[in-house]
Design a binder for this molecule. Structure first.
Ligand code: B12
Length: 214
């Protein structure tokens, strides 16, 4: 099967909310030597954005979206096992990452966390629905170089601005680089709230951080 065929099958397995198929396709991709990151970006994430469109137009409903998300998470878990583990003892930097309070979307944030680990960062993933205070406390505790936040909704995006302010108030803002992302986030938003870095996807996040810390 060609790469393109596998990408398309991966996308379709998510649209079909078919976990077994998604896992099988992820395994097949590994067997065929396809880069797991390409598989996530061009296959499974493409399927998830199609789900977003179907959800928008009322052709997919929340329960199906939840099952589709489970299929996506299962496929990513398989692909993550095929990613090389960075064995350097000296880490490139310490990152704290999480999804802003009130927001349960964590698939994309999880991919960013995994990619940062794979590329040599120490990552503390706080999960989803994370209070601003928890980001700040963790950043202090682990002496973070990077604080990354994810927001998928306009209602939670404002939490990224609050995080900038909370880091300033805690006297940490000069010590850490902040990084924002998530479907509603843009470079313009990052500039507006004074975040150091915006990335559209996990690959770009790694590229930009490696430029800073590599
Ligand atoms: C899957 C999904 C869900 C799943 C989430 C499962 C999970 N565990 O994450 C479920 C079904 C639970 C869900 C629930 C809801 N959802 Co929803 N969901 C989506 C959907 C379809 C896909 C999101 C996704 O996983 N994409 C795939 C990943 C790989 O992409 P990504 O998250 O964008 O991440 C990439 C980049 O953004 C970036 N990135 C992400 N985070 C970070 C962080 C950093 C630091 C950096 C640098 C980069 C970065 O890198 C990632 C990897 O490449 C989107 C539609 C969309 N187009 O995004 C709607 C969407 C986000 N959901 C939406 C809504 C409204 C909801 C609900 C309120 C629905 C409801 N009525 O209950 C609830 C939210 C409840 C809550 N309080 O959070 C809206 C938000 C609208 C808005 N603009 O505010 C969207 C846009 C759909 C829509 N068009 O209406 N949802």
């Amino acid at each position: 099967m060609s790469r393109e065929e596998l990408f398309e099958k991966a996308a379709q397995s998510i649209v079909d909310a078919n976990k077994d198929a998604a896992v099988e396709i992820a395994k097949k991709a590994i067997e065929e030597g396809i880069d797991p990151v390409d598989m996530i970006n061009n296959g499974f994430s493409e399927g998830m954005s199609r789900c977003g469109e179907l959800f928008d137009t009322g052709e997919m409903f929340l329960p199906e979206l939840i099952v589709a998300s489970d299929a996506m998470v299962a496929a990513i878990n398989v692909l993550e096992q095929a990613m090389p583990v960075d064995s350097r003892t000296e880490k490139l930097g310490v990152a704290v990452i999480g999804t802003i309070e009130g927001d349960v979307h964590d698939i994309g944030k999880g991919i960013v966390a995994t990619m940062l680990r794979v590329y040599g960062f120490e990552v503390h993933d706080l999960g989803r629905d994370v209070p601003i205070k928890a980001f700040v406390e963790k950043a202090k505790e682990v002496n973070a170089d990077i604080v990354g936040s994810s927001a998928l909704m306009t209602t939670t995006q404002v939490g990224q601005k609050a995080l900038e302010e909370a880091l300033k108030q805690a006297g940490l803002r000069d010590k850490v680089k902040t990084m924002v992302g998530g479907a509603v986030v843009t470079q313009r938003w990052a500039d507006k709230i004074g975040s150091d870095l915006y990335a559209e996807n996990a690959t770009e996040a790694v590229m930009k951080l490696k430029e800073l810390f590599g």
